[in-house]
Write a protein that binds this ligand. Sequence first.
Ligand code: FMN
Length: 170
Amino acid sequence: MAKIGLFYGSTSGHTAKVAEAISAALGEKHEVTIINMEDISSLDDLLEYDNLILGSSTWGQGDLQNDWRDPFSEMDEADFSGKTVALFGAGDSEKHGEHFASAIGVLYNKLVERGAKVVGEVSADDYRFKSSLALKNGKFVGLAIDEINEPSKTKARIEAWARAIDDSFS
Ligand SMILES: Cc1cc2nc3c(=O)[nH]c(=O)nc-3n(C[C@H](O)[C@H](O)[C@H](O)COP(=O)(O)O)c2cc1C
């Protein structure tokens, strides 16, 4: 059983709901602790975990959700080597299709720079959008959820992703 810290930032509750569903889908096999980023005191709260699932919805034009702002700045000084991280987040692929779920890409780029092993890429075939910072070599570097336009796809997307990342944590 792996101990996993699941940290999320969510303004209108979509990413929060996805966080709960990911934890439920991972089931009893892992010990998952869910933490809202608005409740952490510093990035050190994240660094206590070797296994992380990090979520952020996308705001502005491809920006991180607000509660990530300060901890994200702290990442420049942090060492994520030895840590396994999976990423997810809610976005809007129609109205914000030029930056769809880009916050996942913002986190990805920084985490890789700081030495993390990022797992849980997802084929983009099932999505319609213009561009995204989370898209690398034709795949999303994490789980993108669109609760605005495609809520009926959310459950299956989460379950497939949870199955895919299940064995990545130890
Ligand atoms: C002002 C504004 C800016 C937004 N910018 C983006 C964006 O750049 N990319 C995107 O995918 N979604 C964008 N969205 C959509 C939100 O990410 C989407 O509503 C999401 O479900 C919010 O999740 P949350 O409730 O977890 O914060 C934006 C929404 C608003 C209202």
